[in-house]
Write a protein that binds this ligand. Structure first.
Ligand SMILES: [Fe+2]
Length: 388
């Protein structure tokens, strides 16, 4: 079971992970919010953070350590008997994830051999139903994704990750478990058309030529055909498979649909698909950092991605994209108007007044504050979103 480790602040350089509990100063100002991802901070930022925490008298923080943390750090802490457990992030049940992977593997292989999908569909449906319940009860999805990524069968692991992340986003954005369940199934099956793409193109260990890419672009339509042959008629599942490469600006494929003409389920899966793809190591390139992946999603929001969906993803990662309404450490409410590159926890905000003023409709159109320049003013938590 994943456990948070109590790490000395002076050792922060040697570890990477998610902050497990809010770190507060003696006078209760929030210094570092729960859910902050230390992997996003470079050495300079970690040094600044260390200095800040030490100056506020903080000696230890609880962290869910990533695997790439210095192993001797864990040993030395445990040797000193200087650790404590705190409730772990909920994770997708490991045997359930394994079963889903097995089923996706089996389905994709059998389709590649020309077998019918219909009798394989029912067990997958049952798995998706249980996965959906797990996802809807999860507060944080990212660690589940990393855990599953330890395996290396790219297409199947990618399909499961896209399914988990899409289900998580759908649970936040859409009402109703049944639509989320369909999106989970759609995520599992979204690339099923790749079973009809020649292996030399699918597994090519370098970028594709224009001709090869044109063949690859056929996979949504091929997948749609496979699902129809298997008598799958559910529109949500079919839409995910057919439209997950459409873009908001109409430059996607296969149909070049724009904006809201793209079904919302496909807009959700599009974000999950790209986010998982760019953060995963492939044969010909290593995955980009989480920070760069988020930057890429933010940069392409509006052009490629639906702003509501990408905002939900970034929020789920514990960050504050533009449009987020936040409560500051001094109790005032503000709206995020711009991200600061290199420090997504300290964006530029516009002050709106106290909670009472805002909720009574008397919020102010206040001054703009760059939180990067205000060491004593922090975001305490996100309280809403202008897009909802
Ligand atoms: Fe795809």
């Amino acid at each position: 079971m994943l456990q948070a480790i109590r790490v000395p602040v002076k050792e922060l350089q040697r570890c990477s992970g998610i902050v497990a509990e809010d770190v507060v100063s003696n006078d209760k100002a929030l210094l570092l919010p729960r859910g902050s991802n230390l992997a996003l901070l470079d050495d300079r930022a970690i040094n600044i953070l260390k200095g800040k925490l030490i100056s506020e008298g903080v000696e230890y923080i609880n962290i869910y350590l990533h695997n790439n943390s210095d192993a001797s750090l864990i040993t030395s802490i445990q040797d000193e008997n200087d650790y404590q457990s705190v409730p772990p992030y909920r994770q997708i049940d490991k045997s359930l994830a394994e079963m889903a992977l097995y089923q996706i593997n089996d389905i994709y292989n059998r389709i590649a051999k020309g077998e019918a999908l219909s009798e394989l569909y029912e067990p997958l449906l049952n798995t998706a139903r249980v996965l959906t319940q797990e996802i809807l009860e999860s507060e944080a999805i990212t660690l589940s994704l990393y855990k599953v990524k330890e395996r290396d069968e790219y297409t199947f692991v990618h399909s499961l990750n896209v399914s988990l992340l899409s289900g998580f986003l759908a649970g936040k954005l859409l009402k109703g478990d049944s639509v989320t369940e369909k999106i989970v199934i759609g995520g599992l099956l979204h690339d099923v058309g790749k079973t009809r793409i020649p292996l030399e193109i699918l597994n090519k260990p370098c970028p594709l030529t224009a001709e090869e890419f044109a063949v690859m672009k056929g996979h949504p339509l091929l997948g749609f055909g496979i699902l129809r042959e298997a008598r799958i008629t559910d529109e949500t599942i079919l839409n995910v498979t057919l439209f997950h490469h459409e873009r908001m600006d109409g430059k996607g494929y296969p149909k070049g649909l724009t904006g809201k003409d793209i079904p919302v389920e496909a807009r959700i899966v599009a974000v999950a698909d790209v986010f998982d793809a760019v953060t995963t190591n492939r044969v010909y390139r290593s995955g980009v950092s989480l920070y760069n992946a988020i930057s890429l999603i933010i940069k392409d929001t509006g052009k490629h991605f639906d702003p509501k969906v990408s905002r939900e993803l970034v929020s789920a990662l514990g960050l504050y994209p533009p449009g987020t309404i936040v409560e500051l450490s001094d109790g005032n409410i503000a709206v995020v108007i711009a991200c600061n590159e290199g420090d997504l926890f300290r964006p530029t905000v516009k002050l709106m007044g106290s909670w009472a003023e805002v909720t009574s409709g008397n919020g102010r159109d206040g001054k703009v504050v760059n939180l990067r320049n205000t060491p004593n003013l922090y975001i305490k938590k996100a309280v809403g979103n202008f897009s909802k």
